[in-house]
Design a binder for this molecule. Structure first.
Ligand SMILES: [Zn+2]
Length: 362
């Protein structure tokens, strides 16, 4: 990674361009024509009720990579469903307890606290990086997937709350040294907090650009691994749905998500438009998806595509069947070509929501 990261950025753009041309010519994408009518979560609650997903209009399941097994894949295939694996990427929960060197460091030089339930790891830590890439390789080798959906791809923060948690990270020695080498800037001597302050005072823009490239680099290398093992599989991204201005541009500034970079690697953007969770009105889903499709310049006949994930889950409060129908339809706004909901349990346990899903999907 690091040798690659130090390579002149122009060469990296050239690699990306070559990759895009070869991708456009191969025309072997799994989900080329079909509009995606997805569910997120283990399909078991539907199957336990002896409901056939195909009869409910569903044509794709998205589920946590750790819950996938061959029996589920076989049953899904027998119902004609595509199978996509959610892959938790930069969530370091548990990992950082055993590997303290991978703990993200804030601008005061302290280990960050978990941001509500999310524990972000340092994205440049070589050990963590190897650990995650090995997991992805094993997953791809074991199962014939239609795609992998990366989740938790951002620097340590929490955006799934009405009042997000947006700390400045990561100022560990490894990040400081890598930033210094990549940017050819000699950092002053001093404590971690002094050096962090010096960067934020003098090279704020360069620092944030570099952070975005680190995140982009994860997607770039995960894509090349997918292309090596499962060339037909898609690379999707579950991501923060904020526009370029919200929270003072925090999607790029703090999370490190630069859409102009990511649209080069990501096949499908899945904004997590959890309206109730984030304290928004259902109509916000419509506005957000229209905005995102325009922002990414989505075309009907090419990648990237937009397939949002909407909220069916009753927390906070109760999401009524009518409200669920509204956000599910809003998820197909603009040039969105698919939708899914969080979660299968929330829909399967509620006959009204199951009926709504069937009505919209059929
Ligand atoms: Zn770090």
């Amino acid at each position: 990674m690091y040798a690659f990261m130090k390579t002149d950025f122009r060469y990296r753009l050239l690699f990306v361009a070559i990759g895009l041309i070869s991708l456009m010519s191969c025309e072997q994408r799994s989900a080329e024509i079909t509009k995606i009518r997805g569910i997120y979560g283990n399909p078991k609650p539907f199957w336990d009720k002896e409901l056939n997903l195909n009869n409910l209009g569903v044509n794709a399941i998205f589920m946590h990579s750790g819950s996938i097994n061959q029996d589920i894949i076989n049953k899904a295939r027998s119902e004609g469903l595509m199978v996509f694996a959610e892959f938790a990427t930069l969530n370091g929960k548990n990992y950082v307890d055993e590997h303290p060197e991978a703990w993200a460091i804030n601008e005061k030089g302290e280990k960050v606290q978990a941001a509500s339930w999310f524990m972000g790891v340092c994205p440049t830590d070589p050990g963590f990086r190897k650990y995650r890439f090995d997991q992805l390789r094993d997953l791809l080798l074991e199962y014939e997937l239609d795609g992998v959906w990366l989740d938790y791809v951002h620097w340590h923060a929490q955006f799934e709350e009405p009042e997000p948690i947006l700390p400045e990270t990561c100022f560990c020695d490894h990040c400081l040294n890598t930033f210094s080498e990549d940017s050819e800037i000699r950092l002053p001597d001093g404590t971690t907090s002094e050096r962090a302050q010096w960067i934020l005072n003098n090279y704020d823009d360069l620092w944030r650009d570099w952070r975005c490239k680190i995140i982009f680099n994860w997607t770039e290398e995960m894509k090349s691994l997918i292309k090596e093992i499962r060339p037909k599989a898609l690379l999707g991204l579950y991501h923060c749905p904020w526009d370029d201005q919200e929270f003072d541009g925090a999607r790029r500034r703090i999370l490190g998500l630069d859409f102009d970079l990511l649209k080069e690697t990501i096949d499908v953007f899945s904004p997590m438009v959890y309206h109730a969770r984030m304290g928004r009105k259902p109509d916000w889903v419509h506005e957000n998806i229209i905005w995102l499709c325009n922002r990414l310049d989505i075309k009907n006949d090419s990648y990237p595509k937009v397939w949002p994930i909407v909220q069916a889950y009753n927390d906070p409060g109760i999401i009524s069947s009518e409200e669920f129908e509204t956000v599910l339809r809003h998820g197909l706004s603009g040039r969105s070509s698919g939708v899914m909901m969080f979660t299968t349990y929330a829909v399967a346990e509620d006959e009204g929501k199951t009926a709504v899903m069937k009505k919209v999907y059929k």
